[in-house]
Design a protein around this ligand. Structure first.
Ligand code: SF4
Ligand code: SF4
Length: 227
């Protein structure tokens, strides 16, 4: 899932500025609900904080809230059409994709990001998430026994460890596991250590972001378009 963190309230207030009378805060019911940043609970709690702030500052601001299933699908954004039109500013508590998807449908509206989108991660425990994938465009997890050296090794090493790990921790950040120690341990457990001897050539980064913004086209639905 996409992991995100809410911006600080004073940052949000600065970003909103003074030149508006109505605000719609839109949450997203998928990834950012799980990462406790932009679900219904966070939307309502931010709305309450902002209502109190504007009341205390003698500002008459109308604040409405709504949480859709996914802001990255027009199907759900379109359900908000009237609400979006009725409000001066839209504050999206989705990842950056949701914000831009609302903009795409409402070119004349100011749409602001209420979250800082962080990474693709997994939940380790309540309130703790860890990066697991960077969307490199060509998954090589099969070669590393299901542990991603691109997302989880600080140096993105594909051919073994850097040699700096200490007691299983990464030398760059001792708070994270050394990905290569995890890979090695998995190889031992699966009795496939010899598989790691093969040299892995440099990765094709053209399929990653370095080749420019990417679009994925499913030929089944778009026979007229080439990938
Ligand atoms: S190899 Fe690429 S696609 Fe697979 S988990 Fe790692 S970053 Fe993600
Ligand atoms: S200590 Fe491990 S995870 Fe950290 S950079 Fe070196 S090989 Fe990668």
């Amino acid at each position: 899932m996409i992991v995100a963190k809410q911006k600080k309230v004073n940052e949000v207030i600065d970003m909103l500025g003074d030149d508006f009378n109505s605000l719609l805060i839109v949450g997203c019911g998928t990834c950012v609900t799980v990462s406790l940043a932009g679900g219904e609970r966070e939307v309502n709690s931010l709305a309450e904080i902002l209502r109190t702030y504007y009341a205390n500052n003698n500002r008459d601001v109308k604040i409405e809230t709504e949480t859709v299933k996914r802001q990255c699908d027009f199907e759900y954004i379109d359900q908000l059409e009237n609400l979006i039109k009725e409000n001066d500013i839209i504050l999206s508590l989705a990842c950056g994709i949701g914000v831009q998807h609302i903009v795409e449908r409402h070119q004349d509206k100011i749409v602001l990001p209420g979250l800082n989108t962080s990474f693709y991660g997994a939940t380790l425990k309540i309130g703790e998430w860890s990066e697991r994938c960077i969307g490199c465009g060509e998954c090589v997890l099969d070669q590393y026994f299901g542990i991603c050296p691109i997302a989880r090794c600080s140096k993105q090493l594909l051919n073994g460890p850097c040699g700096g790990s200490q007691n299983g921790s990464c030398e760059v950040d001792p708070d994270i596991d050394c990905a290569w120690e995890l890979i090695y341990d998995r190889a031992v457990k699966l009795d496939k250590l010899e598989d790691l001897i093969n040299y892995e050539p440099p990765k094709n980064w053209e399929v990653y972001r370095d080749g420019g913004p990417r679009t994925l086209i499913d030929q089944e639905y778009h026979e007229d378009r080439k990938e």
